[in-house]
Design a protein around this ligand. Structure first.
Ligand SMILES: [Zn+2]
Length: 342
């Protein structure tokens, strides 16, 4: 009965833990939504910066291509002009330079140069236009190169902000996942406690209907199994539920099938599946003392059987809520668990 009250009080404890987890989870969920918004706007900014950089790069490529073309035209035009002057020279007509150098007066210069000047003027205006275009394109290139550097810097900064926002988003998301699994574990723990309560009630009823063991015990017991003590009696972090939970026995780790021996004379009052402790044997030793052996792989005794101290009753296993082969060994005093080593 007292053990039953114990189960009920632990149930209330886990229920309050569950409420706390649910509120933490709601907080984490809204933090995640905020982080997702921040990450989305950071991604939008990074995309816009990237598009702007691409646009500037495209214009710059076009201006550079135009500049190369203009420089080629300029070169071709200069060559053509030189070829024309050379042709005039070879045909015996005075070259523009000779005309300028040999003129004796302005009238003479004007007459001599009538023809040459017409050609030269056309050449020069074309040349001027090309040089102007070249200068304009060079200025454009300079401006665009500055804009390109600015856009690249903007993109780097936007990418950095995007990465930071996405890291925060991932962190918030993993926090939500953690609270979700905490909640699942707490709910499983509650369900398990619920089953423990029911099976305990059934056990007490069965025990009462059978009549308990007549022998006497002093509560001093031999170690039930050769193995290593891996978890003592008392509060601990539960290895499966991940919550702080009272450990109501001691865990002795040993390979699967290692014999588990009755730690005193007594009568078997439970030999079968008992929820969280899986396949379990409970022995009534009389005088209000009982011992329990949980997570067994197989059980060699049956309810009502009288066993003697040291008799093999089961094999070590990992049935029920367990992370490896071990015996969950418990000692009951008047139906209330006590420290098996205390
Ligand atoms: Zn245990």
């Amino acid at each position: 009965r007292r053990r039953l009250r114990d189960v009920l009080s632990r149930q209330r404890q886990v229920e309050s833990q569950l409420r706390e987890i649910k509120s933490d989870r709601a907080d984490a969920q809204s933090e995640l939504a905020a982080a997702q918004n921040r990450a989305q706007s950071a991604r939008d900014r990074a995309n816009a910066a990237n598009r702007r950089l691409k646009d500037v790069n495209a214009i710059l490529r076009q201006v550079k291509a135009d500049l190369v073309e203009t420089e080629e035209e300029l070169g071709e035009h200069r060559e053509a002009m030189a070829a024309r002057l050379l042709a005039l020279y070879h045909s015996g007509q005075p070259s523009y330079l000779e005309v300028v150098l040999n003129a004796t007066s302005f009238e003479d210069f004007a007459n001599r140069t009538e023809f040459s000047r017409l050609i030269a003027r056309q050449d020069e205006s074309l040349l001027d236009a090309l040089i102007n275009t070249q200068k304009k394109l060079a200025r454009q290139r300079q401006t665009l190169e500055i804009r390109q550097a600015e856009a690249a810097e903007l993109k780097r900064e936007a990418d950095r902000q995007k990465r930071a926002a996405e890291a925060a988003e991932a962190q918030a998301s993993s926090l939500v996942a953690k609270y979700k699994s905490d909640q699942t574990a707490a709910e499983a723990a509650l369900a398990e406690l619920d089953r423990a309560e029911k099976s305990l009630e059934a056990l007490v009823r069965a025990e009462l209907s059978r009549g308990s063991y007549g022998g006497s015990s002093n509560g001093r017991y031999s170690w039930p199994c050769s193995g290593r003590l891996t978890s003592p009696y008392g509060y601990r972090m539960h290895p499966v539920y991940g919550i702080r939970k009272f450990h109501n026995g001691v865990d002795i780790a040993a390979p699967a099938g290692t014999p588990i021996r009755a730690c005193d004379d007594g009568k078997v009052i439970c030999a079968g599946w008992r929820g969280a402790t899986g396949k379990t044997v409970i022995i009534d030793h009389g005088s209000g003392w009982a011992t329990s052996y949980g997570h067994c792989s197989s059980i060699y005794v049956s309810v009502g059987q009288v066993v003697s101290s040291g008799q093999t009753i089961a094999g070590v296993g990992t049935t029920g809520v367990s992370t490896g082969n071990h015996v969950h060994w418990m000692v009951y005093r008047n139906g209330h668990h006590v420290n098996p080593l205390g």
